[in-house]
Design a protein around this ligand. Structure first.
Ligand SMILES: Cc1cc2nc3c(=O)[nH]c(=O)nc-3n(C[C@H](O)[C@H](O)[C@H](O)COP(=O)(O)OP(=O)(O)OC[C@H]3O[C@@H](n4cnc5c(N)ncnc54)[C@H](O)[C@@H]3O)c2cc1C
Length: 475
């Protein structure tokens, strides 16, 4: 919807923009039957970007709670890294209502209870969508000069793209998709322990036993209200279950995580109107770099459909806000120039990579490395290897340099010796990160240079995948 708002905002002409959603108007933006499933956290920077570019401001009730930043704890809770970026915890059920009102004010039209089932191709380009009514199952077709696919991580439009293009259709589900789930709870405060609940900070728990291959979170929504959940990678979870002789799944892990929290007592599912139908749910999040190409003739992908969430923390709202603002401006320009070909839309790739996407491959490699670590590695690494500069880099959403493992002096080598493989892995991710960011800086300015660019990019990535494939760095 933000893309539609941005396109309407950027156009001098009267563009006809139609948003199709498979939900009824009262439930617009609902991801799955289990609700608007999300951790609900977003940085203040992202919302300020939206306000500065489009004049759109979010406030109560779609913004539920403000925080000073994010704190990540090591598995033993003895080390913490405080990322001091201010942020908000949203109400994702109410947010789409606000976005819908903003869009309607700018003349955007809506068609509810309409599921986009497939793309209509003609002359090598996309010219519309085949739809089915979710109310009475009737089918109908819509034509358009451009179809923007914002149907989320399960996009069937992208996987069924019926034309030749550079867009990758399938994600590597074993390596690049996280299963995530969460509750929105009201509770009585038990013990006071800010490592488990802090009204002023979003808490992240790194723990390969509780959230194998992902992380767990406690995001405050008020004094007695919380969004609490976790994400796992199935392959890492299976390995953890084999190692521990357990048969845990996503839901049993979430329940165990809630049970172990000493602050959250006598909990009940949040059941006010603003949370009804949204207090318990799970869904999948892509955690790789964005699709290497996001446009084709008459077609564009954005948000989870384009695999935009940041690979290390699965945060997808921020990247999508930036992408939507950029996409809207490119769309308005392309429609006004009557050129919605791959070439006419290419600027979306270059502008998004330049503005936000250039660090995503490096985060993908960091994420793959972190997934190889044991809890002991994480405890040691956070205590001895994570410096203030690294924390500042992460706050700025940049890749950390891990200067403490640069092996520049005998003292540094002594720090690293007990966990040499860990130190080497961190050094390698920092080196690879620089190369990948450099490669993104050379992202081709037109489709012509793309095959060569992508082939070199993939070779860089393959080398890192091989290095981190499966095994742990140390015992
Ligand atoms: C458990 C969990 C926790 C998360 N926590 C955070 C967090 O704290 N912060 C953060 O930034 N990100 C978080 N994310 C990621 C974030 O939720 C997503 O990145 C974001 O919602 C993506 O938005 P989107 O519009 O691309 O897709 P979605 O939010 O999935 O919206 C897709 C829309 O398209 C509709 N749709 C789907 N298919 C069709 C179709 N065929 N026809 C018509 N309509 C269709 C859906 O019904 C829905 O309305 C989390 C995700 C999960 C699952």
């Amino acid at each position: 919807m933000v893309t539609a708002v941005s396109a309407a905002h950027h156009s001098d002409q009267n563009l006809r923009i139609l948003v199709i959603d498979r939900n009824a108007r009262s439930e617009v933006g609902k991801k799955t039957v289990s609700g608007w499933v999300c951790g609900d956290a977003v940085s203040k920077n992202s919302l300020e970007y939206l306000a500065s570019k489009l004049g759109i401001r979010y406030g109560s009730p779609e913004v539920e709670h403000a925080v000073h930043g994010v704190v990540a704890y090591s598995p033993d809770h003895s080390s913490k890294a405080v990322f001091d970026g201010e942020g908000y915890v949203l109400n994702r059920k109410l947010l789409p209502q606000k976005q819908m009102n903003d869009a309607e004010r700018l003349g955007v039209e809506f068609r509810y209870e309409a599921s986009a089932e497939g793309l209509h191709a003609e002359g090598g380009g996309i010219r519309g969508v085949h739809c089915r009514s979710t109310r009475d199952n009737s089918t109908f077709n819509l034509t358009a000069k451009l179809v923007v696919d914002a149907t989320g991580s399960a996009s069937r439009l992208r996987t069924g793209l019926p034309i030749e293009s550079f867009i990758e259709k399938e994600i590597d589900k074993d390596n690049d998709m996280e299963s995530t789930g969460r509750y929105i709870l009201k509770f009585d405060v038990g013990e006071r322990d800010p490592t488990f609940f802090d009204q002023d900070y979003c808490i992240i728990h790194l723990d390969q036993e509780i959230a194998p291959g992902g992380y767990a979170w406690v995001f405050p929504k008020g004094e007695n209200k919380v969004n609490i959940g976790l994400g796992v990678q199935k392959r890492v979870l299976d390995a953890r279950n084999r190692r521990m002789g357990r048969r845990d799944n996503l839901q049993s892990l979430i329940d165990e995580y809630v049970r172990r929290n000493p602050v959250i007592k006598n909990w009940r599912l949040a059941d006010g109107d603003e949370d009804k139908g949204n207090a318990k749910g799970s869904w999948q999040v892509p955690v790789r770099r964005q699709n290497d190409c996001m446009v084709a003739d008459g077609y564009m992908i954005i948000g989870d459909a384009a695999w935009m969430p940041r690979p290390v923390d699965a945060g997808g709202i921020g990247p999508t806000v930036y992408a939507s603002v950029i996409a809207g401006s490119v769309i308005a320009e392309a429609l006004e120039a009557a050129d919605t070909t791959e070439r006419g839309l290419w600027k979306f790739n270059t502008e998004y990579v330049r503005t936000y996407g250039y660090r995503m491959a490096s985060f993908e490699i960091l994420r793959r490395f972190l997934q190889t670590l044991s809890n002991e590695d994480l405890n040691y690494g956070m205590k001895h290897f994570l410096g203030e500069d690294d924390v500042e880099s992460i706050t700025r959403r940049e890749h950390p340099e891990f200067e403490r493992v640069a092996f520049g002096s005998p003292a540094r080598i002594l720090w690293a010796l007990p966990r040499l493989a860990l130190a080497r892995g961190l050094r390698y991710t920092a080196m690879k990160s620089r190369k990948l960011i450099q490669h993104y800086m050379n992202y081709p300015s037109s489709p012509d240079g793309f095959p060569e660019w992508q082939s070199k990019f993939r070779a860089e990535l393959r080398e890192a995948y091989t290095r981190f494939s499966g095994s742990r760095t140390s015992t």
